[in-house]
Design a protein around this ligand. Structure first.
Ligand code: ZN
Length: 498
């Protein structure tokens, strides 16, 4: 076979793997949005079979030889990246002993059950042995797949490829040092919720308005849809079929809306990936952090801006004429940017959110480095909540047991949320520099110029660059904390008269 035939053969096999992922993705989406309760067992079996087939095909010795021969040959551009990324996934899969994979997967489901019960019983001790077991299994995984520098890099690499805790750690430390005083100053001037928004908000109208906003933001309804799920997410199978989900609460006007805007940010990224590379690694997102930067930018820097509401409030008033008759833009802007010290990460505002993440990131690093024991977690968690946010969890259910991540063995996932905020802020500064007065555009309902900029600079590049390269190439600077902190200090300094 000559080099072109070898590469064509390679693409066929990678696209087959992608098709298996497509089937699993659709079954997973259906499970969250449509499947009746009794379908669970059959679905678990079908997904297990697909995962097994995927693994078999990925580590198939003939395919491994093919990938290795391509990796050794001179390739450039998309070919090189497709081979490099496939090789990464293949090596990882080949290095993991099957017995370890099976044990980890079984422990994950049992640990998840134990976590659900421990959270209901508000008893960390019930979950502790499971977390200890998961941690020791994950450390064995790290040893098997290998890593450079800190063992934490082995975990991080799965969610934020090529990121290194040696670079990211000090950056997030700087962020914490500048963020804590801002949060303290805001909380001194804390105000309660505006009573104008405490009414019943018809869910059908919330949905209709939300769909209108999603469309306004540029989401292509011919290449995606919106459904309801318990935990909102953006799924799908590539640029032409993106699945957004949300959930509605009748006593909350904007909670579902901001969830929809957030997922739309993820969805626009997916719809903008390079279609000519569909089914190949180049048509995938760069990292969870970059993915999150797209959702956070849309949710916070666009959706929580004054200009956005100048355009959208009159439209929202058409759906809720009685309740919103006397609400003005300023009032809406203040309400959607209210800062509160809260126990629960997923309910946190955009200022305190990062402190919730930094706390988890610090504990994870200490855990994998063996500096603290699992048994120490609740105590240290509560101490840090006190020192970062001035509040003390009343129990473990609203403290160390609140997140699903650790119960599924996910270590190294949390920092991607804050990286997303850092990327978003730095990219947004550059967008304003390149595109002009974004706020004046938002006030006229024009988000298309920002979207075209994101399409060109981020989405259409797919996985052709790493996160670090993307940020440096687009903004001319390495990732830093200034853009995010300047944005937060400016916006909330004005809102809270600091
Ligand atoms: Zn997200």
């Amino acid at each position: 076979m000559n080099a072109t035939e070898t590469y064509d053969d390679f693409c066929l096999r990678v696209r087959e793997l992608s098709d298996l992922g497509h089937a699993a993705g659709m079954l997973g989406w259906d499970q969250e949005t449509q499947m009746p309760k009794r379908g669970a067992q059959g679905r678990a079996s079908a997904l297990g079979t697909l995962a097994g087939l995927h693994h078999e095909k990925l580590v198939d010795p003939q395919f491994a030889d093919l990938v290795e021969s391509l990796a050794d040959s001179p390739l450039a551009g998309d070919l090189e990246i497709n081979v490099r990324e496939t090789r990464r996934a293949q090596l990882r899969a080949m290095r993991l002993p099957k017995q370890l994979v099976v044990e980890l997967s079984r422990t994950q489901s049992l640990a998840h059950e134990a976590w659900v019960e421990a959270r209901i019983a508000d008893d960390f001790a019930q979950f502790r042995p499971w977390l200890e077991k998961l941690l020791s299994l994950q450390l064995r995984v790290a040893d098997a797949v290998g890593y450079e520098g800190s063992v934490y890099n082995a975990f991080l690499d799965e969610f934020e490829p090529y990121a290194r805790v040696e670079q990211m750690g000090p950056l997030l430390e700087q962020l914490r040092k500048r963020l804590v005083p801002l949060v303290t100053a805001i909380l001194d001037r804390q105000r309660g919720p505006d009573p104008s928004f405490q009414c019943d908000w018809d869910i059908a109208k919330q949905e209709a308005f939300g769909r209108q906003v999603i469309g306004d933001l540029g989401f292509d309804w011919d290449a995606g849809r919106l459904d309801v799920s318990v935990h909102p997410f953006c799924g799908g199978v590539g640029p032409d079929d993106v699945r957004l989900t949300t959930r509605y609460q009748a006593d909350q006007l904007t909670s579902s809306l901001f969830g929809m805007i957030h997922e739309t940010g993820h969805g626009l990224y997916e719809q903008g990936l390079p279609p000519e590379q569909a089914g190949l690694p180049v048509c995938e997102s760069i990292s969870l952090g970059i993915h999150e930067s797209q959702s956070r930018m849309l949710e916070n820097m666009v959706g929580r801006s004054r200009a956005f509401w100048q355009y959208q409030l009159p439209r929202m008033q058409e759906f809720f004429p009685d309740q919103l008759r006397n609400v003005d833009v300023e009032q809406m802007y203040r309400e959607v940017n209210r800062v509160e010290a809260s126990m629960i990460r997923v309910e946190a505002d955009e200022v305190t959110y990062n402190l919730h993440i930094l706390l988890r990131f610090e504990l994870e690093q200490a855990l994998v480095a063996g500096e603290i024991a699992v048994a120490d977690l609740p105590g240290i968690w509560n101490e840090r909540m006190e020192s970062y946010l001035g509040i003390h969890p009343a129990n473990d259910a609203e403290g160390v047991l609140q997140d699903i991540h650790w119960s599924s063995g996910l270590i190294g996932y949390f920092p991607t949320y804050t990286l997303g905020n850092l990327y978003a802020a730095q990219l947004f500064v550059q967008a304003r520099h390149d595109v002009g007065d974004l706020e004046a555009q938002f006030a006229r309902g024009e988000t298309a110029p920002l979207l075209s900029w994101l399409r060109e600079k981020v989405h259409s590049r797919g996985r052709r660059v790493t996160a670090t390269q993307l940020v440096e190439e687009v903004t001319g600077r390495p990732l830093g904390i200034d853009a995010l902190m300047n944005y937060l200090e400016g916006k909330f300094g004005e809102l809270y008269d600091l």
